[in-house]
Design a protein around this ligand. Structure first.
Ligand code: ADP
Ligand code: ZN
Ligand code: ZN
Length: 744
């Protein structure tokens, strides 16, 4: 049989059945998905059976036998195994690591599958919700349990129930036998939707209401419903156009058909509102899987999904590997988001894998975004996805007005120019809220000496140290290096040290000076590092306590903040001339995402964008004709340059503490690659990475490109076996990134 073992090797391993089993017993009890203990090297390892092959490339007599079979029940079904092995092959990851990575930690370590752990709480079933109180009048304990659970639709743990009602185990069991309550995984403790301490979001009536769909929404829902088997859809809808409403209707349909639903989102912690909205609207058990969960919660969620108890799984990228035996619909929200790409180790794209998973599961996949990735738009052009357009904001909200303001020649000590200040004052006078966006945390991105020109640089990276004045530190945002903030120049001992440029801390200072007494919240990684702080700040933003919100990328994600009428983007220019060929695409997505925060309720919103390049053609296309026109222009450029999505790339990265080792290694890679190239295939580099030194390691890379995906993979098939035999320094690390999203 073929066994996967969690080691960084590309192969699977062959073993014989346990020696105490005769062939007949083995055929009956062994199956893919069981864990086994096997001899490996000088020790023993836990493996997972992936196939029951009778043949082997090795002489069968020489094969070692499995020591013990650890499970009686398969942890992964054949389809799950196929999908994960396919993913590992595509991204050139080690199959055993990928398979074991898909299991909860305890199972990875060989612990027994604990079924009971799945039930961490109780909630009413659909029948329970529909029950009339009189029907329980003769069982007062059951009645109390039922009433209590009715007030907590997301469920309560046994402990919470007994705290309110006293002993109630037998009452619950009785209710469960009648089909009125069921076990469920409780919502994460971090974002308790019904906790009174942290009002993550007041459950506004429109969260629970089921609005009449507008014509475009109805057409989108109908198109997906009409599909059979696998079908890809790109739901291209401006912010607030009601994409979530479309998801909810599709989820309803899939639930009615008895299927499970996988919903992938970029980051759950940043969008607790979506989780809450789904919980309020989905009439079936839902589990949530993301990185902030504790091990036991994660395992309970995994088990609920794998056993079919959970009907809806909401998760971040790694949830793509969770078994869902009755999968009938896959949704990827904000599909353009970079967080769907794992950036180290097993470098998969959960968005792309979602499509593959829907293919294997023969079900529809819906990729939704207000700013679809150029790859996805191209796939729609090619007819691989059906494009569903929502062009209008749903309900009464209007599109925001976007104004460009040229800040050339203005001395912006505070980061905010005249035009934006005017806007802020007007909004504050009118009693409205303002959101200011600056994607740079800390006080100032660099400290300089006015006497000798010294600048604060990291000793381990080719990067500057950011001033964090509140903490009295200089910090490197790339390797984490921390230095005390100097009072004199380390080079010339001069006293005149000056911050150059603005980070959120510095803008906060100047805003507090300029608008004294106006409540302000700064939301970035520094201000929200304490647990619960982000939720507190967001709640204050939502209930109008804060009048000015200042933040980084964290604020740009899908928060629904209806009180905001003005959005100010302090500095867009970084994105306009970024070195990565995707820089303008990312700039456009971020700009529209931030702009989407404005005017979601009745008042129309305004967005003021500060730039030193008001004539930038891509910016003009975006603002004058919208994202669609921008995307068409950007796709034309990519086509002309034969860049993705008109070609396919793989990036070989290498790094080493020694200065030339990475480059030398990649030169050897280039040397063996060149003869393998056929027409149209290209090789660029090797070249030092944009930030050559990072955390004390020198980094270099080599880019392979081919006009067709299959051609690229054929090239890799030939190349990769040779890489293992290349001479290289012992401290050299290298990795392969298939379909890289960042090529610097
Ligand atoms: P998106 O996911 O595209 O940003 P949402 O689904 O969150 O949009 O919808 C934005 C707002 O509009 C929500 O408050 C939602 O309840 C409301 N909404 C959605 N569809 C409709 C509709 N057909 N009629 C009225 N309101 C709607
Ligand atoms: Zn100096
Ligand atoms: Zn550093």
């Amino acid at each position: 049989m073929r066994v996967a073992i969690a080691v960084p090797l590309p192969e699977l391993f062959d073993y014989r059945p346990p020696s105490d089993q005769d062939t007949a017993t083995a055929a009956r009890t062994l199956m893919p998905g069981l864990r086994v203990l096997v001899p490996f090297g000088h020790g023993q390892r836990i493996g997972l059976i992936v196939a029951l092959a009778n043949t082997s490339d090795h002489p069968v007599a020489k094969l070692k036998a499995v020591l013990t079979v650890l499970d009686t029940q398969a942890l992964l079904q054949a389809q799950d195994i196929d999908f994960i092995l396919w993913s590992a092959r595509y991204y050139r990851a080690a199959p055993g690591e990928a398979l074991f990575g898909a299991l909860p930690t305890r199972l990875r370590r060989g612990k027994a599958l604990a079924t009971a752990r799945a039930a961490s709480g109780w909630r009413l079933t659909v029948a329970g919700t529909a029950l009339n109180a009189e029907q329980l009048s003769r069982a007062p304990r059951q009645l109390h349990c039922w009433q209590c659970l009715r007030e907590h639709p997301a469920g309560l743990s046994q402990r919470q129930l007994s705290a309110q009602l006293g002993p109630c185990t037998s009452a619950l069991r009785a209710l469960a036998t009648k089909g009125l309550v069921e076990a469920c995984q409780l919502p994460s403790q971090r974002f308790p939707p019904h906790s009174s301490a942290i009002p993550v979001a007041p459950a506004t009536p429109d969260m629970e209401a089921r609005p009449e769909l507008n014509a475009e929404q109805a057409a989108a829902v109908a198109a997906v419903r009409a599909s059979h088997g696998f079908a890809g859809f790109l739901l291209d809808g401006v912010t607030g156009s009601g994409k979530t409403e479309v998801y909810l209707r599709l989820i309803d349909t899939a639930l009615d058909q008895g299927r499970q639903i996988l919903v992938l989102v970029p980051e759950i912690g940043l969008t607790p509102q979506l989780e809450q909205r789904l919980r309020l609207r989905i009439p079936a058990p839902m589990v949530v899987l993301h990185s902030a969960l504790g091990e036991s919660e994660r395992e309970a969620g995994w088990h609920a999904a794998a056993s079919g108890t959970a009907r809806v799984l909401l998760g971040t990228r790694s949830a793509i590997f969770t078994p869902l035996p009755e999968l009938g619909l896959v949704i990827v929200d904000e599909e353009h988001d970079l967080s769907f790409k794992q950036q180290d180790g097993f470098r998969y794209s959960a968005r792309d894998l979602a499509v593959r998973r829907a293919q294997i599961g023969q079900c529809p996949v819906v990729l939704g975004s207000a700013t679809p990735a150029l790859e996805s738009l191209r796939n729609a052009e090619l007819g691989r996805y059906q494009r569903l357009v929502l062009s209008q904001r749903a309900g009464s909200a209007r599109d925001p007005r976007i104004l460009i303001t040229d800040i050339r020649g203005q001395y912006l000590d505070t980061g905010i120019g005249h035009r934006l200040h005017q806007g802020i004052e007007q909004a504050l006078d009118a009693g409205q809220q303002v959101l200011l966006f600056l994607n740079r945390r800390g006080f100032s991105p660099v400290l300089t000496c006015h006497d000798c020109g010294w600048i604060s640089e990291c000793i381990r990276c080719d990067a500057r140290l950011t001033i964090h004045r509140n903490r009295g530190e200089l910090r490197c945002h790339h390797c984490g290096l921390i230095r005390p903030l100097p009072t004199r120049c380390p080079y010339c001992q001069g006293p005149d040290l000056r911050p150059l440029g603005q980070g959120t801390e510095r803008v906060e200072d100047s805003l507090r000076q300029r608008y004294p007494g106006i409540p302000l919240a700064r939301i970035d990684r520094d201000s929200t590092s304490r647990k619960g702080e982000l939720e507190r700040l967001l709640a204050g933003a939502l209930n109008g306590e804060y009048r000015i919100l200042l933040g980084t990328q964290m604020l740009a994600k899908g928060h629904h903040l209806p009180g905001i009428t003005l959005v100010g983007i302090l500095d867009l220019d970084h994105g306009l001339y970024g070195a990565d060929f995707r820089a303008t695409e990312r700039m456009a997505q971020l700009l529209l995402q931030v702009a989407g925060r404005a005017g979601r309720a009745e008042q129309p919103g305004t967005v003021i964008v500060q730039t030193r390049h008001p004539q930038h053609p891509m910016l003009r296309a975006l603002l004058e004709h919208g994202y669609g026109a921008f995307a068409r222009a950007a796709l034309d450029e990519r086509r002309a340059a034969q860049m993705p999505p008109f070609s396919y790339q793989a990036l070989v990265r290498a790094d080493s503490p020694r200065e030339d080792a990475a480059l030398i290694f990649l030169q050897q890679v280039a040397h063996i690659t060149r003869p393998l190239l056929s027409s149209g295939q290209e090789l660029w580099g090797p070249a030092p990475a944009a930030m050559e030194q990072r955390a004390g390691r020198y980094r270099a890379q080599l880019l392979l490109q081919a006009p067709k995906r299959t051609a690229l993979h054929q090239l890799l098939d030939q190349l990769i076996p040779q890489l293992r035999h290349l001479p290289r320094a012992r401290d050299l690390r290298f990795s392969l990134d298939i379909d890289p999203q960042e090529t610097l």
